[in-house]
Ligand binder design. Structure first.
Ligand code: HEM
Ligand SMILES: *[C@@H]1O[C@H](CO)[C@@H](O)[C@H](O)[C@H]1NC(C)=O
Length: 488
């Protein structure tokens, strides 16, 4: 009898371990335990150091078990480029996570499977962002208009130390709102600020434990557990967007495009019967996604910019001198001025590299089986693109581990592009808002630096440059001190 139970137990243990083993010719990786996977080898609270160690041991292509999910991890510029650009058709899908499926019903752009409908939505959204100014003057004017409000807010602080995070988030979201539905919100508008909080809360929750539990354990999905908050927040934001769409429908004048929503509604009418993916549910999802993907990322980057300028006053001073010499007398900085400001342009790039805010990008998946680096990776495998490893790669950068604009300057002080600069990722899934984000960050940065000197207001501590690990890594909350340049 004992033998019987022993063999049953052994068989079950073997079965469990078999499920937590890798298919043939799969990228190698550490041994995994049933249920918890590589939890002991990879600290999920901040996996970056462990991922780096594993790359040293297994090479640039390896795999880990995140719980019961087997994930391929890609590291270093050559490998990432080879996958996302050379093998774009194989590596540009997204994993199908139940939590996103429930939120978006496979609509929108970000989480959408790699295929015709994704392409259609992405291309259309990109065209609209361009028509509402990218490449033309008006997006720039939109941003500069917002800069005026931002500067006014900073002036009103009147020399006090304050946490700049809320106002930066509001300013950044206003640029997207004004593009999407021709509206901006006062920085003190509590109803809208509440929406921004929900968006940012969902950003956190979606990368966290409860979302993962929802994905992994189907029988728990109906229970009143914290993941329901994700869906509640999402419904709330969508209801807000739905009202905006309905208002636009009512006041739509054919041929007159006030904003993104107007153009999209017209496209829906135009393509009603051609089997395309244009409908109001898609519009709703795209709006929610653009606001969600465009707000906290850009705002966080800009907070890093202020923190780094306080931590490196010499860099700040050099930027200021250059900005002043170029803008001298003009009321506004313009985006084109970046070409005449090699040092400042390099500093902005260095902020994006060093802050490295989306260190693991957005999860990818294989669209089909692929032979890669001598391994065979089956269809529907999750792929983690380690952008952090590219931004810290010792063969790519003069100063991989320190904040130094010289990473983007040559010996004669000219700006030089770097291939391994990938904060927006690369390939067909490259960030849709890259140009918008770059323009915003440059114009916010130069406009504020021109007017104020930022300094660290606390005598007893130094700026803390350790990031809080998350899908979008932010600095710890901080206050800024500012001195007006004009009065000094
Ligand atoms: C500094 C700011 C930003 C950073 C660092 C950033 C970074 C990223 C990254 C790493 C990805 C994933 C690319 C991939 O899967 O390989 C992404 C995707 C995306 N981003 Fe951004 N982003 C920023 C700002 C924005 C803005 C302002 C918008 C919208 C206006 C936006 C919209 C999107 C969208 C729609 C996608 C999904 C693209 C697709 O799946 O086809 N992002 N972003
Ligand atoms: C720096 O870059 C500029 C522009 O690309 C180039 O003309 C110049 O020769 C470079 N200088 C050095 C020292 O490499």
């Amino acid at each position: 009898m004992i033998h019987f139970w022993l063999s049953i137990t052994a068989a079950m243990v073997a079965l469990l371990f078999w499920k937590w083993s890798r298919p043939g010719n799969f990228p190698p990786g550490p041994w995994a335990l049933p249920i918890i996977g590589n939890f002991l080898q990879v600290d999920y609270r901040n996996p970056l150091p462990d991922l780096e160690k594993l790359a040293k041991k297994y090479g640039n292509i390896y795999s880990i078990f995140l719980g019961n999910k087997l994930i391929v991890v890609l590291n270093g510029f050559q490998c990432v480029k080879e996958a996302l650009v050379t093998h774009a058709n194989e590596f540009s899908d997204r994993p199908e996570d139940p939590v996103f499926l429930k939120m978006n019903n496979n609509k929108g752009i970000i989480i959408r499977p790699y295929g015709q409908h994704w392409k259609e939505q992405r291309r259309f959204a990109l065209t609209l962002l361009r028509n509402f100014g990218l490449g033309k003057k008006s997006m720039e004017n939109r941003i500069l208009e917002e800069v005026n409000y931002l500067v006014k807010y900073f002036e009103d602080q009147n020399g006090c130390h304050f946490d700049p995070a809320p106002v930066i988030t509001s300013a950044v979201s206003n640029i997207i709102c004004s593009t999407l539905f021709a509206q901006r919100f006062d920085y003190h508008d509590n109803t809208f600020n509440k929406k921004l909080e929900l968006i940012s809360e969902n950003g956190e929750l979606l990368g966290g434990f409860w979302a993962e539990l929802y994905n992994t354990v189907p029988i728990l999905r109906g229970l009143p557990l914290p993941f329901q908050k994700i869906f509640r927040n999402n419904r709330d934001i969508r209801a807000f967007m739905k009202d905006i769409i309905d208002d636009h429908r009512k006041s739509l004048t054919p041929g007159e495009h006030r904003d993104f929503v107007d153009c999209y509604l017209e496209e829906i009418d135009k393509r009603k019967n051609d089997g395309s993916s244009f409908d109001e549910e898609n519009l709703l999802t795209v709006m929610t996604e653009l606001l969600g993907a465009g707000t906290d990322t850009t705002a966080t980057t800009f907070r890093w910019a202020l923190l780094l300028m306080m931590a490196y006053p010499i860099v700040q001073e050099k930027c200021y001198k250059e900005i002043k010499s170029i803008v001298n007398g003009k009321k506004f900085v313009s985006y084109e001025d970046r070409l005449m400001m090699p040092y400042t342009h390099a500093a902005v790039h260095e902020i994006l590299r060093f802050a490295n805010i989306t260190p693991l990008s957005v999860p990818h998946a294989t669209a089909k089986e692929v032979s890669f680096g001598g391994y065979t990776i089956p269809q529907n495998t999750r792929v983690m693109v380690n952008l952090n490893s590219v931004h810290r790669e010792e063969t790519q950068w003069k100063f991989p581990h320190e904040f130094n604009p010289a990473n983007f300057l040559n010996d004669s002080g000219e700006f030089v592009k770097q291939d391994a600069f990938v904060p927006f990722s690369i390939g067909p899934r490259i960030c849709l808002g890259e140009n918008l984000a770059r323009m915003e960050i440059f114009l916010f940065f130069t406009s504020l630096l021109k007017k104020y000197e930022f300094f660290w207001p606390e005598k007893s501590t130094a700026p803390n440059l350790t990031p809080i690990f998350s899908i979008a890594m932010s600095p710890y909350p901080f206050s800024v001190g500012l001195k007006s340049r004009i009065n000094c």
